[in-house]
Design a protein around this ligand. Structure first.
Ligand SMILES: [Zn+2]
Length: 97
């Protein structure tokens, strides 16, 4: 087993887990319920973590996480033709193309 990813953003951790599962990569979440019971441990230790069951998948899984981060970094944009707001991941307007 090996730790792939951790974030204070629980949604992000789940997003990554679901992405890996869709790709057939065995994984699980640790510290899922740690928040609230953190007590004596540092907050960082209580972040939810995505773990791979099998180290063999690490390279592939890291690439997928990196691609996800790139997508998230793209700003949304507004179409000049119809004024519709598009996600940064869309190259063309989803409404009018
Ligand atoms: Zn448009």
């Amino acid at each position: 087993m090996i730790k792939l990813f951790t974030s204070e953003n629980r949604l992000k951790v789940w997003q990554i887990k679901e992405m890996l599962e869709e790709a057939g990569i065995p994984c699980f979440i640790k510290n899922e319920y740690a928040i609230g019971g953190a007590g004596e441990i540092a907050p960082f230790d209580a972040w939810p973590e995505v773990w791979l069951t099998d180290d063999e998948w690490l390279n592939r899984a890291e690439k997928m996480v990196a691609e996800l981060e790139v997508d998230d970094a793209k700003p949304s944009w507004v179409c000049k033709e119809c004024g519709e707001r598009n996600e940064g991941t869309f190259a063309i307007c989803w409404r009018c193309n």
